[in-house]
Design a protein around this ligand. Structure first.
Ligand code: ADP
Ligand code: MG
Length: 530
């Protein structure tokens, strides 16, 4: 359901807005007078923001008629720590070094945090980072933004530490609420939505680790397993829910999961969550969260097709991009593409394994497109004597978890996977990714190959490209060129024009004006004074 206001905004925009414009528009949304007045006293800005968020919360509570949606504080990051410290030049040097670009009103205030203590969060929270030397760039730049209560879009390549980028400020947020609203029995305050069970479980593992240190309770809810223990876990009270959309909606509809206290919402792999398959579910879920919530969208890829929809769920966001603003393939990944005939693929796969998997120990992920294809390749490889498992949607949750475990432990160093395993799974030391079948979207390609070259290591992605994949030839060549990879000359035989994808919600009116110059920003400029 699109709210009327949003629908009007969307329909009145004839030209397709680009990201920055969408952000500007959010910024330009008129603020009711009483909120503007409160902005006057600059020195008291921290305090002001608190009041502003409280005002917002109250306003919306009364609109809602919901007595329980009480205001909460979402900025606990003190301004003086942002404004002191690094000079403008130092910030620029850090941004240049790490290829950081920011958009959004007030972004200049948010200087990167170069060491963990600099963030100023409690020692107990920062203990979670004790095994690391320093914040990764996405953490360094997102923490102050999130700590100040602002909504965010964080884009950074796979393996760049996005989970802790949204988790650390969330812990401060939850702790703050627990200490200022004691005694009241609440529903979850933080909700992380992820597209697959494996990803949800992986985020929850990070939270589990955190919860041993900061005493918060979390639960992971996902489909494919009985609901009983999830229901029970939710009823006994948790501060954090990590969920896949389908099961969460089931539990909400059963009345087991009240999201009205969710004041910190994360969409992980956000572009996937906003894509066609999940859009309706996501709307249903977000509708039930606290209206003054803070919203964080994180992803490695950020296609045009989801950008406008994303802004429906955000208020005055800051966007932080590390590396390319477009599709960013990890720079540490060597990409090899071979144009190949269907029938030649299995033999070539065998040849590649003989070359890449001599030790029979190093981890290799082999991606296919279909569940049946995964099962077939798994069987064929096992027959040929390779120690191999597969992970795909026809397998039970238990078998899927087992396959990932076997792969992680090295017991089964070859894993055949459909795209269900392509996103976000943090498996250390995958040396090679082999794309046996090309994925349906270029974003999936980037996510697949992102399973290698993680946490500072290098990796190789070997991709079979067939004539039937020709619609993605232009996009693939662009990704290869952008990451300075060799483009095989056979790829040049395909039509390399990139067809723009449309979002199903906006497709009807976007293409008419596609390609026209973007509307000039009128009032809002992103200069040094904002
Ligand atoms: P992403 O979500 O960006 O793909 P993850 O959050 O899964 O990446 O993190 C990838 C890996 O990096 C994890 O194993 C995580 O423990 C590790 N990591 C997180 N933060 C840091 C840091 N500051 N320094 C080094 N490694 C980190
Ligand atoms: Mg991730």
């Amino acid at each position: 359901m699109v709210s009327l206001e949003n629908e009007d905004i969307l329909k009145s925009n004839k030209a397709k807005k680009r990201e920055s414009e969408a952000i500007e528009e959010t910024v330009e949304t008129p603020v009711p007078k009483k909120k503007k007045k409160k902005k006057k006293n600059k020195e008291k800005e921290t305090e002001t923001v608190v009041k502003k968020s409280e005002v917002e919360a109250k306003d919306e509570v009364s609109e809602d008629g919901s007595e329980e949606n009480l205001p909460f504080r979402k900025d606990f990051y003190s301004m003086h720590e942002i404004t002191t410290g690094m000079s403008k030049e130092e910030v620029k040097a850090y941004h240049d070094e790490h290829n950081i670009v920011m958009f959004g009103k007030g972004r200049k205030k948010f200087k990167p945090i170069l060491t963990f203590p600099e963030l100023g969060f409690s020692k107990s929270i920062m203990k979670i980072c004790s095994k690391f030397d320093r914040p990764t760039p996405i953490q360094a730049q997102c923490w102050p933004v999130l700590g100040s209560g602002r909504d965010i879009i964080g884009i950074a390549e796979t393996g760049s530490g996005k989970t802790l980028a949204f988790t650390i400020p969330a812990l401060a947020h939850i702790k703050e609420r627990m200490s200022t609203e004691p005694g009241k029995k609440k529903g979850p305050m933080m909700l992380i939505i992820a597209p697959t069970r494996e990803l949800a479980m992986q985020s929850q593992e990070v939270l589990e680790e955190a919860s041993n240190i900061v005493k918060i309770r979390s639960i992971c809810v996902y489909g494919g397993v009985p609901k009983h223990s999830q229901r029970h876990g939710l009823k006994s009270g948790v501060e954090v829910v990590v969920a896949t959309p389908g099961r969460l909606i089931d539990l909400m509809e059963e009345g087991c999961c009240d999201l009205s206290e969710v004041s910190y919402l994360v969409l992980d792999e956000a572009d996937r969550m906003l894509d066609q398959g999940f859009e309706r579910d996501i709307r249903k879920i977000i509708e039930k969260t606290h209206k003054s919530r803070q919203t964080a969208l994180f992803s490695a890829t950020w296609p045009d097709s989801v950008r406008e929809l994303a802004h429906e769920f955000l208020k005055n966001p800051i966007k932080v991009t590390i590396g390319s603003d477009d599709l960013a393939a990890g720079s540490r990944i060597k990409q090899i593409v071979e144009v190949i005939e269907d029938r030649a693929r299995e033999q070539k796969l065998d040849k590649l394994l003989k070359e890449y998997h001599k030790s029979r120990k190093n981890r290799i992920l082999i991606f296919v497109l279909y569940k049946k294809e995964a099962a077939r390749i798994e069987t064929n490889l096992q027959r040929a004597g390779w120690a191999c498992n597969s992970i795909h949607g026809d397998k039970s949750q238990e078998a899927r978890s087992q396959a990932v475990e076997n792969f992680k432990s090295g017991k089964m160093p070859l894993l055949v996977a459909t795209d269900v395993a392509a996103r976000g799974l943090d498996i250390p030391d995958v040396d090679y990714v082999i794309n046996f079948s090309f994925p349906l979207t270029i974003e999936d390609y980037v996510h697949r190959i992102g399973r290698t070259g993680r946490a500072g290591k290098t990796g190789t992605a070997y991709t079979f490209f067939q004539t039937c994949d020709k619609a993605r030839a232009g996009e693939l060549v662009k990704v290869l060129k952008d990451s300075n990879q060799t483009v095989p000359k056979e790829m040049m035989n395909f039509d390399l024009n990139i067809k723009k994808k449309e979002h199903k919600l906006y497709g009807a009116f976007v293409p008419r004006d596609y390609g026209q110059p973007m509307k000039q920003a009128s009032k809002i400029t992103f200069d040094d004074d904002d």
